[in-house]
Write a protein that binds this ligand. Sequence first.
Ligand SMILES: CC(C)(COP(=O)(O)OP(=O)(O)OC[C@H]1O[C@@H](n2cnc3c(N)ncnc32)[C@H](O)[C@@H]1OP(=O)(O)O)[C@@H](O)C(=O)NCCC(=O)NCCS
Length: 254
Amino acid sequence: MSKIVYEKYDGGEVTDAMLAEASQLFDENYGIWGSNAAKTGAFAKPQSRVRLSKERLRTQYLPDGAACSYVRVSIEGRLAGNAFACRWIYHGQTVCWITQLVVHRDFRERGVAATLLNQTRQQDDDIYGIMSSHPAACLAAAKAFGSGLSAAYLDFIRQHAGAVMEASPIGYIKNAKLRGSLFDTEETNGAVSSVYTQFFVDHTEPLEALAWVREGMDWPLGELLDGYEFLFLLPVRRRGRSSSRSASRSDAVS
Ligand SMILES: CC(C)(COP(=O)(O)OP(=O)(O)OC[C@H]1O[C@@H](n2cnc3c(N)ncnc32)[C@H](O)[C@@H]1OP(=O)(O)O)[C@@H](O)C(=O)NCCC(=O)NCCS
């Protein structure tokens, strides 16, 4: 039997040593730059690994003053995956946004991402969000935070995504441009719920995953275009909203 250990930290508890391990996990497992990588920046070379230093992890994913958290899992003493999240308030609602999610290649497709996200959950979260080029990241979020990915969430995304993201303390979320037919009915490029982040990573693997996922379900978020990521947001469903706080929260997001 394998020894699997999940650990959760507030942003302020995350040490440089933890970030060094997270940086290594990212560098070795995230993915490679695509052919248009130069549009992201001169540092991005096509076919080379996408890298993230421990310094950038701290400044971008655990910025001072923001309520961030970090969950990681070790399997047999090896770092097998991790998730960074950031929380902020939108219309009195607590938004929990997954800012990074990586699972080591040796441990994929066995529920590690969904469990990491499940461990990220907090009782008073009202809205969850993620931007990702990988359909499995959206599926994992839908499983951990809701009842699976479906078109039922599209109306909520259309109504709230822009304002929720505008309220974010994380620059790349605040500045991401909403794209897709959900936000612009004239859009004909196949994107439905996307953001244009100019993150020109290679999409070979996520597109293969998307093709596979589409064989088994009606994928609601549309096509994955170069430089784009999927956008997925969902409200927390609570049973028995009897308190006045719950009632007013429910009014604000529905
Ligand atoms: C995306 C990623 C985190 C998923 O991790 P994982 O541990 O394999 O995911 P899970 O096993 O929890 O699977 C979640 C869902 O995605 C599906 N899935 C996972 N990998 C898949 C693949 N390659 N193709 C199709 N479906 C896949 C699972 O079947 C599961 O679906 P279900 O809920 O319907 O059963 C991992 O592939 C990864 O680290 N990719 C590179 C980095 C990246 O793109 N991160 C996202 C940026 S935020």
